[in-house]
Design a protein around this ligand. Sequence first.
Ligand SMILES: Cc1cc2nc3c(=O)[nH]c(=O)nc-3n(C[C@H](O)[C@H](O)[C@H](O)COP(=O)(O)OP(=O)(O)OC[C@H]3O[C@@H](n4cnc5c(N)ncnc54)[C@H](O)[C@@H]3O)c2cc1C
Length: 507
Amino acid sequence: MSRHIIVVGAGSAGSVVTRRLLDAGHEVTLLEAGRKDENPAIHDMGRMGELWHSEDDWDYYTTPQEGAANRELHWPRGKVQGGSHSLNAVIWVRGPREDYDRWVEEGATGWGWDQVLPVFKRIENTTVGSDELRGRDGLLDVSETAYERHPLFESLYEAAQQAGIPANEDYNGAEIDGVGWEQLNIRDGKRLSTFRAYVFPELDNPRLHSVTGAHVTRLLIEDGRVVGVEAVVDGETREIRADEVVLSAGALDTPRILLLSGIGPREDLEALGIDVVADLPGVGANLHDHLLAPVIAKTTTREIGAPGPGQPISQMHHFSTFREGSNVPDTQPIYFMVPMADETMTVPESAFTIHAGLVRPTSRGTLKLASADAAERVLMDPRLLTTEEDVASMVASVKQCRDIVRQQALVEGWGAEEVYPGAEVQTDEEIAQYVREHCVTYHHQVGTARMGTDADAVVDPATLKVHGVEGVRVVDASVMPSVTSGNTNAPSVLIGERGADFILADA
Ligand SMILES: Cc1cc2nc3c(=O)[nH]c(=O)nc-3n(C[C@H](O)[C@H](O)[C@H](O)COP(=O)(O)OP(=O)(O)OC[C@H]3O[C@@H](n4cnc5c(N)ncnc54)[C@H](O)[C@@H]3O)c2cc1C
């Protein structure tokens, strides 16, 4: 029987859910707060930087972070069809077996590597790697050759190996460690978001009602059952009803909608005068993110030049393990052909960045409402760098990135010279302070409505239904119990596919 389902958010996961429900004959109302994905800077990977602070960015900021020199960090998030997949660097990293087996240990029964691998294969359309591990005919292109490689990256690839980092032909294969060319979601030289790959071809489908400029403020709940949503559409508050609601608004907005609807920690909700529908302490808890800190070098004998049309400004990354006893990498530096400098830095035009990167954070924070008003700013406090392990991984990663800059391939090929952290930053304490003063997000916030069956879990891992409330599921990056050890888009798309499977199994 055909059902009418509301999907909130046309991002990485919501686009996948929408397509799979349409394919199965259901009716979908897809509500997206942002506008159509028509900004040319979305489609040209060389222009990614223009999207930050633009109309297509939610333009969030954290609360002041004690671990990061009391700074409020900018957290860009896609507010547009495609969601953060329309703003991101389209790097496709599934993460190793251990990430998913860890999810099972954390309570997400059924999400182990053996269960998720076939779903990853269903998503992918790639020629990389082996048939056993990679998908060949999915809807989402994954390629390391569909973009023009810049000669600087050839030298970076060599330099990383000169620094002792092994080359890895397929970091989405059996092993993640080592340096490799990024596998990107690109088609015909342009960004391929899941909105473009999954929903765009269906825009004429009469069972799809795709609405932009529709900001969902809360769930409509009658007798403990979600019956629809309240949304502000073109400035007018509307009620939209359906058989079921899927929240795919991302790790920062899904918990916000739940909290505004009375689903969350009782004490916090009561303090704001919000009627409690379900006392779920885990909503907004467990907020965590990956972190970057730039190592910037200038080139003195050869100009890097501007990226060509469609040329991604990041083409390479590597994974390294520093944490003792760990069998998965805790760091993932990412390489850019431009200086990723902050407002306190002065850099020459021809400069590149090797961003030191933490991908196994142990710091955990919270997302809370400041008031019951849906238009108010939300308090996002990831408590960055509040554990010793996190600081130690970042320090080790910065040292390794500096070492790459000093290698022959960069010094002889480009006359590379470090500009930041700079000569005055030498001891571990000085590097840690540099990290605190200059770290930025890796854009991988997750965990605010995590899967599990314990008292703090928010959704059931077998269905992604919200505990204690009927008629609503969470299908996006919020449900990850812990962040994977790589970029988070691939696991978000995976969650979209599996969420759709669960809905279809019930329908
Ligand atoms: C700048 C940047 C670079 C990144 N680079 C990479 C990368 O290269 N590789 C990678 O793997 N990951 C990357 N990421 C992370 C990755 O894009 C996200 O983890 C992933 O997109 C999350 O998917 P999602 O479906 O949970 O949320 P999103 O894709 O963010 O989708 C949420 C959608 O919901 C909409 N929405 C939110 N609130 C409401 C509301 N109240 N009403 C209606 N609609 C609403 C939003 O506008 C958005 O369209 C990056 C992210 C950013 C921001």
